[in-house]
Every structure is written in structure tokens, then in C-alpha cells.
Design a protein around this ligand. Structure first.
Ligand SMILES: *Cc1c(COP(=O)(O)O)cnc(C)c1O
Length: 366
């Protein structure tokens, strides 16, 4: 049997550890486990969405409306773009995959930040593309521009706010860059944009303004984070019609489920839930900032629902993550990104209190 050459060097994506694993491996009760590893909304899902999905549970034997009319209609109103400038994916991950397949081949190059969302590399490598990274974990767009001129990449990935670091770039800074770069496809991943635009208006990037000004930009958004629908797998891409038409050619029919489609549509009708979650997120975030200051940990100012602590050399991120896991706290070790750092999703007030308690215990073991 022969597998494609491209697969040889791909490292399988390591997802945030599921609660089930900690139950199985450490024999901890499910109710005693706190998962702060995948940046889900800790306040769960809007009650209105839950009710709406329950009400159509008996429709799951049917395929969804493949035109996704209602969802695209609400998104088009929310962002003030046309429905034909939108594509829906099973998570924005699937839109990323479409884009990589639409553009890349084994002679292509892609450009991304030194430390950014791991799936960009994986989708690019599936196409056999070469990965170029900037030298700084922040999006230094001056360096991006130098690399763009030198390497002539086919896709440039810009993740703002960036996962797993949590920092975000200013809109003006991004637009200056975009004005100078018109050849490659530029993917602006706004998975945490709802958080960033709440915290600082200068970080807010509107898809409408992007696609009005730049015909080579694809904006990505998701229902998995602030909208509380990680388990439903719905995301979207917004770009000019020509890009969307090409992505559509790669889309399998019925690429999200009947229940997911309903959930995402209803979620857009309950912006109050989202706003509330975001407000609580940033008030809880302050506790994480204060904790880091108290312990003398370096941390990155975050525009998301997670915070990254850069640990001192004598505290190994992998070790500390494992010790926390044995106490039922799941966080994200950033060792695989080449950083001695941990990324913690900001939980509810109660979850965070338990986190600090357990983290203190673990630190005292050193
Ligand atoms: C979570 C996330 C996504 C996509 O999540 P989906 O669940 O596939 O929509 C995309 N980009 C970043 C940076 C993320 O953190």
C-alpha cells in the first residue's frame, strides 16, 4: 500500500484533551473535571438555542437545507455583506481546508507567524506546500512583507487575535499591509474577533470593510468560541464572490448537520448571550492577570477567552500540565509549539477559583 508523499511529514493535530480521557486515565469523576483547554465558551450555549435544537430533534433524519438560506441571510445582515459572499463550513476549519485545496499544490508556499493556529500548517502540508514562518510570535507585518517579497507565497495566514498567544493586531496596521500585497490569498482568521472588538475597537476588523477594499482576502469566523457551539461544528468564510464560488466547488453537499444549522441560526438571534459571556470573560480575565503578576509569571495581554502564561525555565509546561490533569484540570501545554508556556481558557468564576487553588498546590510541589 502506498500513501501520498505529502502525509509523511505531517504531525497529527493534537486537540485539547477531552474530559472523557481524564475520566478514563485518572479515574476522576466527570463532575470534578474542569476543562480549560479548547477555548469553548464556559457559559455553555444560549438556552434559546438549546430549546430550538430540542424542538427539531425529530428532524434529524432529514438532510439540512443545503442552500443554508436562513443562516446565510442572518450572517449577511449581521455583517452587511451579500449571501453570495459567504460560505458555511463544518467549523471554520473546513473553510480553511477548502481554501488550501483551492489554491495550493506541491510547488506552493504559505506564510504564517512563528507561533499560530496549528491547522494552517497541516492543511498546507496536505497539499505539499512549503511553510514559511516569521521569526516573531507576534504578527510582525513588516517582517511578513519582507518575506512576502522574498518568497512569493500563495497564501498568507493572519490570525487576529492569534491562537495560542492571544495577542491581536490593530486594524490600521493590517490594512496598511493589505494595501501592499495583492497577489496571494490572504486569510484573516477572526475566530476570537468578538472578544477583541469588545476589548479594543482598534482591533476590530469588519469583514465588509475587508472585502470591499481587498479582493484577495478571505475572512473566517466561527460559532465554536463566543457563540458557544463548539460541538456543533459551524464556521464561515466571507470574501468576494469569485473566491466564494471557487471554494464552493470543493464543498461536499450537506456539509453541516440539520441540528448544527438550526443551532447557528438561532445563536445569531441571541447576541445578548454572547455579549454577556464576553463581559464575564474579561472580568474573570483580570483574575488571571493578577495571579500572573503575583507569581511573577510573564503573560501575553489577551484579546480572547484564554490567556497564555510563559513559564520560568525551572517550571516545565508539560510537567505542570500533567500535574494539573491529575487534579482534574485540563489546560493546554504549548510545548508542541516550541514555547515553555501554558494556555488556559478563562472559565466561569467557580472554575477559575478551583483552577487557582489547584495551580497553587501544583506550584508548591516544586
Ligand atoms: C477554534 C479556532 C478555529 C476554528 O474552529 P472551528 O471549530 O473549526 O470553527 C479557527 N481558528 C482559530 C485560530 C481557532 O482558535
Amino acid at each position: 500500500m502506498r500513501f501520498n508523499e505529502e502525509l509523511k511529514n505531517i504531525k497529527t493535530y493534537e486537540a485539547g484533551k477531552p474530559i472523557e480521557l481524564v475520566v478514563r486515565d485518572f479515574g476522576i469523576n466527570e463532575k470534578d473535571i474542569i476543562k480549560l483547554a479548547s477555548n469553548e465558551n464556559p457559559y455553555g450555549t444560549s438556552q434559546k438555542v438549546i430549546e430550538a435544537v430540542k424542538n427539531i430533534a425529530d428532524k434529524m433524519y432529514m438532510y439540512p437545507d443545503d442552500s443554508m438560506y436562513d443562516l446565510k441571510n442572518l450572517l449577511s445582515k449581521k455583517f452587511n455583506v451579500n449571501s453570495n459572499e459567504i460560505i458555511i463550513g463544518a467549523g471554520s476549519d473546513q473553510v480553511l481546508e477548502f481554501a488550501s485545496r483551492a489554491v495550493l499544490n506541491n510547488k506552493s508556499k504559505v506564510l504564517m507567524s512563528k507561533i499560530t493556529f496549528a491547522m494552517y500548517e497541516i492543511y498546507a502540508m496536505q497539499q505539499g506546500a512549503k511553510i514559511i514562518r516569521s521569526s516573531c510570535y507576534r504578527h510582525d507585518l513588516d517582517e511578513f512583507y519582507e518575506l512576502y517579497k522574498k518568497e512569493n507565497p500563495d497564501i498568507i495566514f493572519i490570525c487576529t487575535p492569534n491562537n495560542p498567544t492571544g495577542d491581536a493586531i490593530d486594524k490600521d496596521y493590517l490594512f496598511e499591509f493589505l494595501k501592499k500585497v495583492d497577489e496571494p490569498l490572504i486569510i484573516v482568521d477572526g475566530a476570537y474577533m468578538e472578544y477583541a472588538s469588545f476589548k479594543d475597537k482598534n482591533k476590530k476588523i469588519s469583514p465588509k470593510e475587508l472585502i470591499e477594499n481587498f479582493e484577495n482576502v478571505l475572512y473566517l469566523g466561527t460559532f465554536s468560541k463566543a457563540y458557544g457551539l463548539g460541538g456543533m461544528r459551524v464556521g464561515y468564510g466571507i470574501a468576494n464572490r469569485k473566491i466564494i464560488e471557487n471554494l464552493y466547488k470543493l464543498r461536499p453537499p450537506f456539509n453541516i448537520t440539520t441540528l448544527s444549522l438550526k443551532a447557528a441560526t438561532e445563536a445569531l438571534k441571541d447576541e445578548e448571550f454572547v455579549k454577556n459571556s464576553i463581559e464575564k470573560n474579561f472580568s474573570q480575565m483580570e483574575r488571571y492577570v493578577n495571579y500572573a503578576l503575583k507569581k511573577g509569571f510573564e503573560f501575553i495581554d489577551s484579546y480572547t477567552n484564554f490567556i497564555t502564561y510563559i513559564l520560568p525555565k525551572d517550571i516545565n509546561s508539560k510537567d505542570i500540565s500533567n500535574r494539573l490533569m491529575k487534579k482534574g484540570i485540563i489546560i493546554r501545554d504549548l510545548n508542541s509549539y516550541g514555547m515553555n508556556a501554558i494556555r488556559i481558557t478563562i472559565g466561569t468564576k467557580e472554575q477559575n477559583s478551583i483552577f487557582f487553588e489547584k495551580f497553587d498546590e501544583v506550584l508548591n510541589e516544586y
